[in-house]
Design a protein around this ligand. Structure first.
Ligand code: MIC
Ligand code: SF4
Length: 640
């Protein structure tokens, strides 16, 4: 029986376990990446492990999230990251060099290798044929120390692409269509592997747009073959030697199949407040727009920006629209500046931001009250933009630029002849903003400003816990609900006592205070609890507030792993109707003593006497981690 690409790469990196879907496996990690908002914690954890130099083939630390410096905090973090990288063998991509996923694709990604990143959009690297997975910072720290990465062997879903995109239809429309079909839960427990004749029609950055938003499907990762298109991209980046062909065997078998005919697609839009609320632009119609934001790790490649510049050339931004543009990397930005496209963008009236995440994570550019904002980004969760009642729509760069001129949501096909942009034969290569690690680590002093607070450490899990349900929530709760980001809260990422004050603040501003006063408690959730970001703060801060377990109908992969890493028990309802038998404020007694043997725990609701059996789905290793109060305690115990 032939093998698919995911199976081939996993097999080549397998450290332990059996490659049967759902079973725990461990794989060797070749490369890691971190970004600043998750990186400070990851490096504090790495330091705590006492490993002097990283053991990966390559580790890169990026600064792209916390770039708005409205106080000392973010600058303190940047300086810590720069020095800690130099000391421990990590390359440091300076603020201004661009968004981690875009830069990594351009300068570091290698087909066939594994990449673990402390950011949920790490699967962007699947566009170049890497097995690229997002994880919590602690998992990345372990990988930097040479440890394997544990995950459940995913199923592999094959998406066969046929036909070719019509003029004005783009890669973003492909992934939006897939989100429409599969929903934000549709990829959970799966690798999405692309194949078919349509693949060769897509450039590497277009493929990366698709694998990037596989994160919104909840997929473990997404991957494209590495073919002639990949070779030419790497050649244009001066890295042809990194290329190798990676393809599925002719008789490869997959767990699931889907086919998309690219020729039939139209410009699409994801409506508020979920990336899977997708409709055709024509169906939604010409709604008036207040803001258009172009950029993010989804859509900020050179060709994306050139198409935008082509649409804006000789036109002016509509007077009711604020257009903001952030090119994905210094490479893209400088190429636009040198070829004159930047002048066309500026002349049209766009507001130019630095190469960073910016508005995507609410780091500035929050829309006006009740504002309608069209964004080329990947997430439109409520409140994420920084304006609680803003309405965010996700679109392609073509739809975004056309709408910025017209002032209303516009199908770019109405603009007439399409703009054709060829992939450059040579990109502008200048890696001076990537600092190599110090040759002699003893010369480097790691600088910690007052914003860097020590890591809080959990206690062992007691055998029996009796406390109240602090909060009951519904389906699809995102990590942006649990641990909001934005310009005000993000600078506190290195200060857990301070950031924990904002846990669930948009849902219930009294949460943190109540949790601390009660000495901890439980959270009850619906399906897909913890979807979205990889931020381990969504586990670490609740842990600090004393949360002992989350009881949910189902969990998102990365968040569940983060809960385990910080010693919070993820419990799943076996009978979904039991969710209704627990109310907010109810006192529960949970007996964890037989957890390992039984695979289940009994929850007694002391408010109504009902006994509920819940599943934990933890491997024996994970039970030990939970009992120790998290992965750091567990590792220390093992080492001593
Ligand atoms: C995001 O897009 O939500 C982020 C900000 O990049 C996060 C990481 C973080 O919260 O620091 C992610 O996607 O993992
Ligand atoms: Fe940055 Fe947005 Fe991409 Fe997250 S999704 S890495 S915030 S650009």
């Amino acid at each position: 029986m032939g093998e698919n690409i995911a199976q081939k790469i996993i097999k080549a990196h397998l450290v332990s376990g059996q490659m049967e879907p759902g079973k725990e496996i461990a794989i060797k990690i070749d490369q890691t990446l971190t970004q600043d908002a998750t990186g400070t914690m990851a490096y504090l954890q790495f330091e705590a492990m006492g490993v002097p130099r990283v053991k990966t083939r390559l580790s890169v630390s990026y600064v792209d999230h916390n770039t708005l410096q409205t106080g000392f905090e973010n600058a303190d973090d940047h300086r810590f990251l720069q020095t800690v990288a130099a000391k421990h063998g990590i390359y440091f991509s300076r603020p201004g060099n661009g968004i981690c996923h875009q830069v990594h694709l351009e300068r570091f990604g290698v087909p066939g290798q594994t990449l673990l990143g402390s950011d949920s959009h790490t699967p962007t690297g699947g566009g170049i044929g890497m097995l690229a997975i997002g994880a919590g910072g602690l998992d990345v720290a372990v990988a930097m120390g040479g440890g394997p990465f544990y995950l459940n062997m995913p199923k592999v879903l094959n998406i066969k692409l046929t036909g070719h995109l019509q003029p004005w239809v783009s890669a973003k429309d492909i992934i939006l269509e897939i989100l429409r079909i599969l929903s934000v839960k549709g990829g959970v427990g799966k690798v999405i592997e692309y194949s078919g004749p349509g693949v060769a029609t897509l450039s590497v950055p277009e493929r990366a747009t698709i694998t990037n938003m596989g994160a919104e499907l909840g997929a473990t990762t997404s991957i494209f073959p590495s073919d002639e298109v990949t070779r030419l991209f790497l050649k244009a980046q001066g890295r042809e030697q990194d290329w190798q062909e990676i393809k599925a065997d002719e008789d490869a078998v997959y767990d699931e199949y889907l086919e998309i005919n690219l020729s039939e697609l139209e410009p699409m839009v994801a409506q508020p407040h979920s990336p899977d609320r997708v409709a055709k632009v024509k169906e939604v119609g010409p709604i008036a727009v207040n803001q258009v934001a172009i950029g993010s790790c989804t859509n900020s490649s050179f060709t994306d920006m050139m198409k935008v510049a082509g649409i804006l050339k000789g036109k002016k931004v509509h007077p009711d629209v604020s257009l903001v543009i952030s090119p994905g990397s210094k490479q893209v930005f400088e190429m636009l500046a040198r070829n004159g496209a930047l002048a066309d963008i500026i002349s049209a009236g766009a507001r130019i931001l630095e190469s960073a995440c910016g508005p995507c994570i609410g780091m500035g550019q929050s829309p006006c009250s009740g504002g309608i904002s069209l964004r080329t980004f990947n997430r439109n969760f409520e409140g994420r933009s920084g304006t609680a009642d803003a309405q965010i729509y996700l679109v392609s760069p073509e739809v975004a630029a056309a709408s910025a001129i017209k002032g209303v949501l516009t199908d770019p096909r109405d603009l007439g002849a399409p703009i054709e942009i060829a992939q450059p034969e040579k990109f502008l290569i200048d890696d001076s903003m990537v600092l190599p690690p110090a040759e002699d680590p003893s010369t480097v002093e790691v600088v910690r400003g007052p914003n860097i607070k020590p890591l809080p450490i959990n206690r062992e899990l007691p055998e029996k816990v009796e406390c109240s349900v602090l909060l009951k929530v519904g389906d699809n709760i995102t990590t942006d609900h649990i641990m909001p980001a934005g310009a005000k809260i993000l600078p506190l990422r290195s200060n857990i006592p301070a950031i924990s004050q904002y846990v669930f603040s948009a849902i219930d501003p009294t949460f943190a205070e109540r949790a601390l006063a009660a000495g901890g408690g439980f959270i009850v959730g619906g399906h897909n609890y913890g979807q979205g970001s990889s931020r381990e703060h969504a586990a670490l801060a609740p842990m600090y507030l004393g949360v002992k377990a989350v009881l949910a109908k189902s969990f998102a992969r990365i968040h569940r792993a983060n809960l385990i890493n910080f010693g919070i028990v993820p419990l799943t309802f076996i009978n979904e109707a039991d969710y209704d038998a627990i109310g907010q404020g109810d006192k529960l007694a949970i007996d964890f003593s037989k957890m390992a043997e039984a695979g289940k725990v009994t929850v007694t609701n002391l408010a109504n006497g009902k006994e509920i059996t819940m599943e934990h789905g933890l491997s024996p290793r994970q039970v030990d981690i939970i009992k120790a109060g998290g992965l750091l305690n567990y590792t220390k115990k093992q080492n001593s």
